[in-house]
Design a protein around this ligand. Sequence first.
Ligand code: ADP
Ligand code: ASP
Ligand code: MG
Length: 597
Amino acid sequence: MSLIVQKFGGTSVADAEKILAAARKAIRAQREGHQVVMVVSAMGKNTDALVELAGQISDSPPHREMDMLLSTGEQVSVALMAMAVDRLGHKAVSLTGAQVGIRTDSTHTQARIRSISTERLRRALDDSKIVIVAGFQGIDEDFNITTLGRGGSDTTAVALAAVLQADTCEIYTDVDGVYTTDPRLVPEARMLKQVSYDEMLELASLGAGVMHNRAVEFAKKFSVPIHVRSSFSDVPGTMIVADSETANRPVSGCALIKNESLVTVTGLPDRPGTSWKLFSRIAERNATVDMIVQNVGEQGKADISFTVMSKDLPATLEAVEEVARELGASGFYHEDTVAKVSVVGLGMAQQSGVAAKMFRELANAGINILMITTSEIKISALVSRELGEEALRVVHRAFELDRPVEPSVEEAANKGEGLAASAGRSDRAVRIVERLQAMEALAVDDVSLDDSQARVTLGGVPDHPGVAASLFEQVAAKGIFVDMIVQSYARGGRATISFTVPRDTLTESVALVEQLSHSLGCGPVSHSPHAGKLSVTGIGMRSHAEVAIRMFRALSEQQINIGMVSTSEVRVNVVVDGEHGPRGMKALQQAFADALA
Ligand code: ADP
Ligand code: ASP
Ligand code: MG
């Protein structure tokens, strides 16, 4: 018998009317012949209200007690939902995370799911009940209540869909589906009929709050098709499946994170182990580092810039101060008011000039880019916070994201839907479920070395709009495919831009950059004909913050210096001197042996 998991977010259960409406949706699905598991969030803004209440008692409430408190929001909703189903004449049972047997680790407020027992769920389902599970919560080894992080009910829903091998997981929310960007910020945003796991992973972690990014990790890992749709209507929403609807377009969507802070450590010794020291020390303080830009050093010294969520800034600065002192850095500074705008698309992996276009449009709008990082399917630019929303609108317009996709592609997308649904029960997923002891454990697919590229670095770049734009426009005009780009931040000073290109285009690329450097008064230009790009790929590379640190450590132990770094949800890349590539690769294979599938 087919099984559906339906998740209702806070606004979808905000009052009695809405709870009854949600119950009717579940009953209808049951009438259509499905077994139904509902996952519900706390009503309306209840979780925020509880957080606020805790804040009135203490500035730093114990995390364990926060979980005890926050989990009550969902408990209210499941009980009311079960009453609603009962009133409508159907059988229901409400269950907390603990009652289901959703086991997590003990990281209170950010717990990860280890395992879920299906026995009780199955029994209730076989008894024709609609099973209503409290989202966002679990229980650790010692029966402490844990929560999965804000927005975590999505993750509960997709994880249940995975273990129950549901045919689909429906995420009911207050928008019609996944849009090209947040429709509240950009009214002309368009709903996507279909978006790929990888794109959604990036979008979710780059600021698209419509899905919890860890939910998408589960979906990808266990091939769960997700249908994001409105709880207030019956129109079909967005399918999140393996393939993209818009693979022929360079960009599928864009997103904004408004509350990042930027830290730059200057004059660090440019030698193996520096990044590892710095980032492991920050991780020890539970601060999560987002963008990392380490640029190629000069005269034995390197600057490292990175961003953290603003709430983690104080802890980060403590760690930075320590490390800067120990390593003899010349100093560090931070900027608390930055925002990150990103574009995401599977299509950009095959097209040149995408970055150039983004940089050009931002420059034309007078928006200065403080920092750049790219990965295969996303480009992120850091801008001043007050320009964040404007930057988002600019890039949305630049890539014509409001323009509907051609019908032929939509047809293909519809076909994809059916395929993806059947993939939900793939043998692969079953095997993974059996094998993984911890459902959310790190899953590394591959460690690889790309030996085919060269690196070009332009130093002394004036800190005003348009230089990156001109540079990458000229490179794209020659048809040269740029792979990785990093631009470091220069406060009141000059930035450094490094990028990688296919080795056979190096001479041409360097000539171009030298010309530009000359006309703009930048420089010096340096290059390396042999750049070794080492990548670790898998699922949840960024939410498992230790991936980058493990890489830094392994390379440091081999005395291999890191030139450039870029991170995404599906891979972490570092560029090293080409001659060290094979040795670096071996070291990484060893470092990730336990996580390699
Ligand atoms: P729920 O309570 O149902 O989990 P959320 O507030 O977590 O709902 O997520 C829905 C919201 O996500 C929308 O109201 C919208 O403002 C926001 N959002 C951000 N980015 C996007 C996007 N790309 N597409 C759709 N909604 C988005
Ligand atoms: N109620 C929790 C929150 O507001 C979990 C969720 O809604 O997904 O973050
Ligand atoms: Mg949500």
